[in-house]
Design a protein around this ligand. Sequence first.
Ligand code: VG1
Ligand code: CO
Length: 579
Amino acid sequence: FNVSRVETTPFGDQKPGTSGLRKKVKVFKQPNYLQNFVQSTFNALTPQNVRGATLVVSGDGRYFSKDAIQIITKMAAGNGLRRVWVGQNGLLSTPAVSAVIRERVGVDGSKATGAFILTASHNPGGPNEDFGIKYNMENGGPAPEGITDKIYENTKTIKEYLIADLPDVDITAIGVTSYCGSEGQFDVEVFDSASDYVKLMKSIFDFESIRKLLSSPKFTFCYDALHGVGGAYANRIFVEELGAQESSLLNCVPKEDFGGGHPDPNLTYAKELVARMGLGKSNSEVEPPEFGAASDGDADRNMILGKRFFVTPSDSVAIIAANAVEAIPYFSAGLKGVARSMPTSAALDVVAKNLNLKFFEVPTGWKFFGNLMDAGLCSVCGEESFGTGSDHIREKDGIWAVLAWLSILAYKNRENLGGGKLVTVEDIVHNHWATYGRHYYTRYDYENVDAGAAKELMACLVKLQSSLTEVNEIVSGIHSDVSKVVHADEFEYKDPVDGSISKHQGIRYLFEDGSRLVFRLSGTGSEGATIRLYIEQYEKDPSKTGRDSQDALAPLVAVALGLSKMQEFTGRSAPTVIT
Ligand code: VG1
Ligand code: CO
C-alpha cells in the first residue's frame, strides 16, 4: 500500500470532555473531522506507541462505527503502526477494550499499547444522534488530562494527516489480513469480542456459586442490555456460563440506534426492565424477578434492581466494598483501598472508615481512578452515575457489577438455597443501612439548557460562596429544617500519585449535619449545556432510614433550587431526569 499526506484545516470544537469527544453524527461526518482528531491523537503519543505499535479499534457498534473503523485502520497503517485489532463486527464493550489492552496476546504474541473506543456511551445513537471517540492508554484506562489537553492543542493547529490506500477490511470474519507497505507489513486481526472478557470474569468470580444461585427455583433473574454492546456478552456469560434462561435477557441484540431508545440504565430510560421489576406504574399480574440489571450503550454503566426495589449507585459501590472480601475470590486477600467521585454519596466513606480502608475522593470521570489503581492504592471504586468497578481493568464495568451483586447474593444465600428464606437485594441494602446508616441521595439533571444561562448560574453560585452568612440567610428563609452551611468551595483535586491538579470540578455546599449540595456542568453532552444537581443527606438513626428518598430530601431540594435560582436562570420548572 501507499501512504498519502492529506492537507487539512483545524476544527475549533475538538476538545475531549469527561470521556472523549462526543458530537452529533453529522458533525463527525464533515470531511476530515474524524481524521483530524485521530491524527491529533497519534501526534500526542510517544513514538513507541505509534510506530510499530498495536492498536485496538472497536466500540459499542453505534451508527457510523463501521465507517470510523475503516478510516482509523487506514490512518493507523499510514502512521506506521504494525497492527490493528478489531472485535468481530467492530464490537467491544468499553470494559472489554480495557481488558483486551491489558490481557490479550495476539496470534503472533503481540500486545496492544492503546485503543480508540468508538462510543458515546449512554447517549442515543443513529444518523441524527451521537457518535464518540476516546483514546485509552497502555494501562487500559482513558487518557489522562495531560494527554487529552495535548490532543486538543494538536487539533487547533493540525495541517495534514497520513492515510494508507488500503481496501476496506472485512470486520465480520475472525482472522488476520496482512498488507505490505513500503515500510513493512501491516496486519488487521479480527477476534471474538467476548472471549478475553469472559476469561477475565471467570478469574475474578466464583462462577460455580453464581450458577447454583441462578439455577435455584427461588431465585429469578433478568438483564437488559438496552440494545447496547452488553448484549454481545450477556448470552455467553449469563446463559452459557451461568445457566440463566434465555428469556431472562432483554434487548440483548446490539443495534446501531439502540432501538431508537436512550441506552442509559436508570429508572427513566430503562422502562421495560423497570416495569418487569415491578417498579413501573403498570402493575402487571406477573411476579417480578428477584434481581434485575441493565447496562448502557458501551456496557460500562450498570443499574441494580431488586424486586420492586432500586439500589442507588452510591449505595451499590459501598455494599460491594463492604462484602467484596467474603463474596468475591479476587478480593479475598483484602481491599487495597476504595475511591469514589466527588458527587457520589458518602456511603462508601462510612464503609472505608469502619473497615479501616484507604479512601480517595476524585473528580467526576473514570480517568482519575486509574492512577490510584496503578499505584496499588485502590481496589473498588464507583460513581453516582451508575458506574462501578475495580482494579481488574481501568474502566467502570457494567457486567462486572452485575456479577459482583450476584456473588454477594450467592454468598448471603449459601445455606438458604435448599431450605430457608432467600436473602433478597432489598434485605442486603436494609441490613447495610442498619449497620452504616443511610445516605438519602438524588440527582437532578437539566439537559440541553442554554449554555450562557448555565454558566451564569454556576458563576452566581461561586460568587455566593464568599459570604456564608448570606448563604445561611437564604437557606433558613427557604426551609427551617435544613441545617447550616459550614463550608462551600469549588472542588479541586491533587492527584496523590503524580501531583497533577484538576480545578473547577464542581461547586459544593457542605452542611453541618453532613448533607451536601453539589452543582456541576456535564462534560459528556453534545448540545447546549446540562446542569447536574446532586443532593445528599445522611441518616444514622435506624428508625428513620426507611423513608421515600424524594420525601426525605424535599427540604434540601427546595434549598438547592432557591440558592441556585434554577428556574430563573434556566426557565425550567422541573429537571429533565431525576435519578
Ligand atoms: C457523566 C457522569 C460521569 C461519568 C461520565 C462518563 O459525565 O456524570 O460520572 O464518568 O458521564 O460515563 P458528565 O460530565 O456528563 O457528568 V459513560 O458511561 O459516558 O462512559
Ligand atoms: Co458508558
